[in-house]
Unconditional design. Structure first.
Length: 279
């Protein structure tokens, strides 16, 4: 059973545990695997952000660089140019907190100045040594995700990996973050399914999510439209059903937050799963 806690953000906080939180994804990229190019126009992106909130999201996660397999890294200036105009507008328009999905400290700093309250770092502070300082100074909530390797090698598989080995990596990540001045209450952990893992490993992480609960931090899981759950069926035909199954299992195994594209349907899934878990 997941524990109840408070996630401390820069200007507010979120109660986690009694109800699964939904983090809605807004990709401001031309090459994301599911919605690339749909929200490059800032006005359209703002409209989608408002829609995500209305559909029941508790958090909006905005990203300016795709992290799908085979994606190219963009320059820091290009990433800032994509996210900043949208963040400045949505932070004022929304009542839910906004997260920035980035591994670059300079992007995170500009995002926090523009109103974001959460830094969602797919590298767990590995790729930019300045990220911890930005998080500490801004008092941001942080999502520390498990991955391995450079930006270009994030999707290289680690055969034979185990949930216990990944747990050990995350424990070291947390220790490093605390050593650099972050508050424990600001940290959420993400086991990083679909990153640096074979499909079988990602499935084991989902099946044995309780392994990560023993670290004592809230857990975020991002199974939405990932290839390891699509069973070889084209994404357009199976993504919603596969994601719904993975999300329901994540809730039953202790996830505090799920990160999804299809907010309206996944809000229903987590609400039903929560009712079952608390019955």
């Amino acid at each position: 059973m997941r524990h109840a806690c408070t996630w401390k953000l820069s200007r507010t906080s979120i109660r986690l545990g009694a109800r699964t939180a939904v983090m809605g994804i807004l990709n401001l990229t031309p090459d994301s695997f599911s919605d690339g190019g749909m929200y490059l126009d800032p006005s359209r992106a703002v409209d989608r952000a408002l829609e995500i909130e209305a559909e029941g999201a508790d958090i909006l996660d905005v990203g300016g660089e795709s992290s799908r397999p085979g994606s190219r890294a963009v320059s820091e200036d290009e990433e800032i140019g994509r996210v900043l105009p949208v963040l400045e507008r949505v932070s004022a328009a929304l009542t839910i907190p906004v997260s920035v999905d980035t591994y670059r400290a300079a992007v995170a700093r500009r995002a926090m100045d523009a109103g974001a309250q959460i830094i969602n770092d797919i590298s767990g502070f590995r790729l930019d040594p300045g990220m911890a300082e930005v998080a500490r100074e801004s008092k941001a909530g942080v999502v520390l995700m498990h991955s391995r390797g450079t930006r270009e090698r994030l999707h290289e598989k680690s055969p034979g990996d185990s949930p216990e080995a990944i747990r050990g990596d995350l424990a070291a990540t947390v220790s490093g973050a605390l050593d650099r001045g972050l508050e424990a209450g600001a940290i959420v952990l993400d086991p990083g399914i679909g990153f640096s893992k074979a499909a079988e490993t990602s499935l084991k992480v989902l099946k044995r999510l309780e392994v990560f609960s023993t670290l004592g931090y809230p857990l975020l899981l991002g199974p939405s439209r990932k290839s390891f759950i699509n069973l070889g069926i084209p994404v357009s035909e199976a993504a919603a059903w596969a994601t719904a199954a993975a999300v329901a299992l994540a809730v039953s195994r202790g996830a505090h937050i799920v990160r999804v594209h299809d907010v309206a349907r996944m809000r229903v899934v987590v609400d039903v799963a929560d009712r079952v878990e608390t019955a």
